[in-house]
Structures are given as C-alpha cells and as structure tokens.
Design a protein around this ligand. Structure first.
Ligand code: ZN
Length: 267
C-alpha cells in the first residue's frame, strides 16, 4: 500500500509511514473531512454558477416577452377612451374587443340620445326632476364630422311663484358602425350629463373623431403582409442573446466541480 500522505510504498497494515512518519488512520480521517469540506464548497460554487446562468436566461426571456407585448400594444391606436382601436400595421380595427379589417367597414355615424331635466324653483325651494322626451340625433353615414344637429333647447316657464328651467341633457353618445351590413355600436358616453358640461363636448368630439377615422380607414388598403411582432428586429436581437445565454448555461452545467484535494493539504 501507499502512504496516505507522501504516497511512497509502505508495507500493508503499517500504522505509521516509514518515510514521513504519518499516522495512516489519523491522516485518512483528516483527508476525509477535507474532502467533505471541498465537496461542499465546490457544490455551492457550482450551484451558484448554474443558477446565475439560469437567471440570466430567464431575464432575457422575460424581456423578450415584454418587447413583444410592447410592439403589439404600440401597433394599436385609439381616439380616446371608447372601446375602439385601430392598427395601421395590420390593417385591423378592434371594436368592443372584436377584430375586423379596414375593408369590413361600410359606414359609420354618430348617434346620441338627448333629454332634458326640469328644475322648478318656487319660493326658496328647488325641485329637480328629469322629464319629457328623448331625441335621437344621428349623423349621416360616413358624413363629415360635425354632422350633429339639433338637441333639445332649454326653455324657461314661469307660473305664479315658481320658475321652471329646462336643462338640455344627454344620456348616450355612440358610434354605429356598419360592418359588412351588421351594425355594431361603440359606446362613447353612457351616463346622463348636461349638454353644457365639458364631458359632453369631449365625448361628442371623440365620437365625431371615431367616425372620421373609420371613414378614412374604410378606404385604406389592408396590408397584404406585415411582420409578426416576434419577427421585428428588436425581438430577433433578444433571440440571439437568448441562444447565447442557453449555450452559456449548458457550458456551466457541463463544467462539473473538481473535487481534487489541493497539494497544500498534504504538507
Ligand atoms: Zn509517508
């Protein structure tokens, strides 16, 4: 057998080495502990290297997904807060989450529902109530923006001690869209507001903008082909980086720990 420390040939069953005097059992035990310690350290290092490479890969994959999301999102534009979006890259429109292509649009018009409320003031008391009729006012199919006319005019009546004021209201503004002969409605305002309020004017303008946009899109050529978001250069750049990170991870995994006990432990 060989001495566990100096590796010189010594007789079997020798308790001590004749060259270096080492106690064979004691030094074997010592080496066993050193080996355990080295395994532990090397494994920890190895696992750290692997998980770092894994994290790098995961980060790149997440960033790639985000990039695709951003590209997809940026392709869609809107005219305000109504559930209407259009996509110039792909030639599509989205109404209430349903997809159509530009050429599906055959017409569009603003529709609204007006009413008025009567405020009666009598000797210090004020009563408010909504009364009388509703009026639906539509614009011409694909007509020019601003085709809205009419509305309910306010009027004052006075009898005895009380004065009544009629305030023009609106409880709905929308856009009716003709999609290949089927009508789809885009709600733009869905609450009762006074016609003198900023929200009324904003939403009416938004509805008119949607009609103008639909008019424009209905005659815009639908692109025959377009890049998928995952084909855009910025995503391809991520693909290359991800390939690199995968190779790096495999290399790290293959680079197994070396559990050899360094020479210094034999001195
Ligand atoms: Zn020895």
């Amino acid at each position: 057998m060989k001495c566990v420390k100096c590796k010189k040939e010594i007789g079997n069953d020798e308790l001590f080495c004749g060259y270096c005097g080492t106690n064979q059992a004691k030094f074997s035990k010592y080496l066993e502990n050193v080996s355990k310690k080295i395994h532990k350290e090397q494994d920890k290092d190895y696992n750290n290297r692997v998980s770092m490479a894994e994290n790098k890969l995961k980060e790149l994959e997440t960033a790639r997904e985000k990039e695709i999301e951003t590209i997809t999102k940026n392709r869609w534009q809107n005219c305000g807060s109504a559930p209407f979006e259009y996509n110039m890259t792909e030639g599509k429109i989205k109404i209430n989450d349903n997809l159509h292509i530009f050429s599906d649009v055959k017409g569009a018009e603003v529709v609204k529902e007006d009413s008025f409320k009567t405020i009666t003031t009598s000797t210090g008391k004020t009563k408010k109530h909504v009364s009388l009729g509703k009026a639906v006012v539509g614009g011409a199919l694909l007509g020019p923006a601003g085709a809205i006319a009419g509305g309910v005019m306010g009027k004052n009546t006075s009898s005895g001690k009380s004065v009544s004021n009629e305030v023009p209201m609106c409880n709905f503004i929308g856009v009716n869209v003709d999609i290949n002969g089927f009508f789809i409605q885009i709600p733009v305002l869905n609450q009762n507001v006074e016609q003198s309020s900023p929200i009324y004017n904003e939403r009416l303008e938004e509805a008119q903008n949607i009609v103008s946009k639909l008019q424009q899109l209905s005659t815009t050529k639908v692109p025959s082909s377009f890049l998928k978001p995952e084909e855009e250069q910025s995503v391809l750049d991520y693909d290359a980086k991800i390939d690199e990170a995968k190779n790096e991870l495999q290399k790290t995994i293959d680079d197994k720990p070396n559990y050899e006990i360094p020479e210094s432990y034999f001195k």
